[in-house]
Design a protein around this ligand. Structure first.
Ligand code: DC
Length: 224
């Protein structure tokens, strides 16, 4: 059985940067589970599925074909042969992904894919329900958090750097808090810290410090 490091937390807590770096240091594949929810959302919108109708989203969830394979230290995703790229990082996707992620059939489909990825090798998987629902038996489970201000600042910078949007910090924070609310109050696999997971507040920590904290807390033999 592969080693799986689970990293959960709200948007903008630094999960992606931390998970990517931890993966690189240890030679574990980085898995961005949020990207799968974003791909489902993007495809639903492209095909005119009403994302406010859970039944429509549920049946559509079975149809979307997502291929994945290891590439450059991460698990890369393809839809109809092409990589989704920054199309799934647009504000329109941000605004609708948490709705799509409330649908049980979407979660089941993605959870199945994520568990299947463990056959590819050791993984560091980031998301909202990785430690609570997808890999609850992993001995390496983390809950990464940060103040709303720090999270909004980081997300805004990310959007500007990627050239996908240039919104005010207030707008970014409002969208982030709205998503947090939906993610943590939904019925199926809501965002919460798993019992026994290690909580790390990254508000006043450098990326390097967070990475070190994660690596130092791993079970013996996982970090060589
Ligand atoms: O991490 P992110 O912003 O890319 O996630 C996009 C959306 O997907 C977010 O609203 C929460 C949802 N998500 C989820 O429900 N479960 C996961 N494991 C990962 C993301």
């Amino acid at each position: 059985m592969a080693n799986v490091i689970a990293v959960d937390g709200p948007s903008g807590a630094g999960k992606s940067s931390v998970s990517r770096l931890v993966g690189k240091r240890l030679g574990y594949l980085h898995v961005d589970s949020g990207a799968l929810y974003r791909i489902m959302t993007w495809q639903a919108l492209e095909r005119g599925v009403n994302v406010d109708d859970p039944a429509a989203v549920a049946s559509f969830a079975q149809e979307v074909e997502i291929e994945y394979r290891p590439e450059g230290g991460a698990v890369a995703y393809y839809v109809n042969g092409s990589a989704p790229g920054d199309r799934i990082r647009m504000p329109e996707i941000n605004a609708n992904a948490s709705k799509v992620a409330t649908v049980k059939e979407v979660r089941e489909r993605i959870t199945g894919m994520l568990r299947d990825m463990a056959k590819l090798g050791n993984l560091v998987v980031e998301g909202r329900d990785i430690a609570t629902a997808v890999f609850p038996d992993s001995p390496a489970r983390f809950y990464l958090t940060a103040s709303a201000e720090a999270r909004a600042r980081r997300r805004r910078k990310e959007e500007i750097d990627k050239g996908v949007a240039n919104q005010s910090e207030e707008a970014v924070m409002a969208s982030l808090l709205a998503r947090d609310h939906i993610d943590s109050t939904r019925r199926h696999a809501p965002l919460r810290k798993a019992d026994g997971a290690m909580e790390i507040d990254s508000s006043d920590m450098t990326l390097e410090e967070v990475v070190e904290t994660v690596i130092n807390a791993l079970p013996e033999g996982w970090a060589q």
